[in-house]
Design a protein around this ligand. Sequence first.
Ligand code: DPX
Ligand code: MG
Length: 564
Amino acid sequence: MTDHCTTTVGSYLADRLEEIGLKHYFAVPGDYNLVLLDRILENKNLEMISCCNELNAGYAADGYARATGGASAVFVTYSVGGLSLLNAVAGAYAEDLPVIAVSGGPNTNSEAEFEMLHHTLGKLDYDYQRDIFSKVTAEAVTIRDPHEAPTKIDHAIQTALRFRKPVYIEIACNIADAITSKPNVRSFGGPTASDPVSLQAAVDHVANLLNNAAKPVLVSGVKLRSFGAEENFHKLADASGYAIASMPNAKGFFDEQHPNYMGIYWGPVGSPGCGEIVDSSDLCLFAGPTFTDYTTTGHAALVDPSKVIQARPNSVVCPNQTFSNVKLSEFLEQLAPRITANDASMVAYKRIQEDPPALSAGAPETPLSTRQLVSRVQQMLTADSAVIAETGDSWFNGMQLNLPTGSRFEIQMQYGSIGWSVGALLGYCIGAPERRPIALIGDGSFQLTAQEISTIIRYNLNPIIFLINNGGYTIEVEIHDGPYNNIKNWNYADLVHVFNAADGNGWSGKAATEGELDEAIKTAKSHNGPAFIEVLIDRDDCSKNLLVWGSHVAKNNGRPPRVN
Ligand code: DPX
Ligand code: MG
């Protein structure tokens, strides 16, 4: 029996999730989490989105966090569910997304009585799932004592929001219903404030360096969004007059229609002219960058550390000087008014700027090419669009798009787990119902997570999905080919009918020519529900940038071992 100041552990968690802004959560049931789900369902301000499997539910939570900019939650059962979820949570860790992963756990009496349990490894270890999750989360807690639930739940939630990382909460199956304190008032702030002395010193030092540089440039990085610094980056961009580039995994975080925007800084596959200006600048401020083999095209885009300032989420790293405990957003905000406008890099860029090559449509019967597909997607984009680009040639095709102000772009470039986009698209549609997301998904990737189209149909969401059927793992073909890069063909478009069954409202079509694609897009746009277009593309038709990038990454991967 609860009284006015107590509740159940499950209800406590539901209330806290509501309090931090969640309206939905993703779930797959199992006997270790059923009572917990009963308690969560009682909260009428939270809607359950039932997924086909735990991996996809995790990807959906990833997409939801991207769409809302806040946290997300996913509920699974013990071990068989949890370990399926693991890969998606690892992706959320890599991508700085505060996904709250909640698993049911064994009954608290089982450990004391040395019970061997179903769904487990078949040994007397009751902590292995939490131990495994501790590697891919910022905090992993097990709740077996209801009195400890409020502090453990609150601390895990605060950690997720503060560090923008996933957390793991395991609740023993007989504890979800146990009595605990009602949630008391408190705040769940985001990232903590900077050390004021260090912040001041960093701003003074960097303002001095930039104001004395001849041709400084600004580059936006992926951490800008997770650490809430996009707006202050824009303020700095406006104040500086510098030429501005985006790193590939930060595409869309800076307005691509800004007059000083050059394009993507991505070494040999970046936007024409952009790399030349960044590399020839005497001082570049990278805001929230990650320099990996993927974002630097196999380390071909080598930024000279003596000319680079990195503003990281918690520090500022200058040539020969580091300032710790300086938060990215505060640093950019305070730097903006200290900068003397200097358009030298922009003038230099204007001199070498190339207009993108004009591409006119072919005759309707022309077999479809990726270039023509990209140009059709470009024409569809509006301020309300969100493009979800799956790992594969879709990255390179997506990167070509010129995003209207307000539109969004999602890519999982740090983790690059194929199949991510189907679940992420589901979560994105739920989290941003005011947008109509457009997904670019390769056939190979789709085969990992295809069944979540069923959930997109179940909730009658309205994305437009381009399934690119190029008969295999083309990106892998370009990095290193072999028989393993061929896949079994499917009638992808027909799957929508299978998933529709009697009550679904999904529409699908197939396009092998430009004319068929135009017709299909017309129908998709007018369809009030999920639209799925299978486009048939030649196995060897891939973007030029994929070929160049693939050879650099392959070279980097193929370096021989060092022997003494
Ligand atoms: C693999 C990749 O068909 O796209 O454009 O044809 O390449 P493209 P597809 O979706 O194929 C994807 C394929 C097999 N990567 O080319 S990128 C290895 C891989 C991965 N993630 C997981 N397994 C394997 N990235 C989960
Ligand atoms: Mg493919």
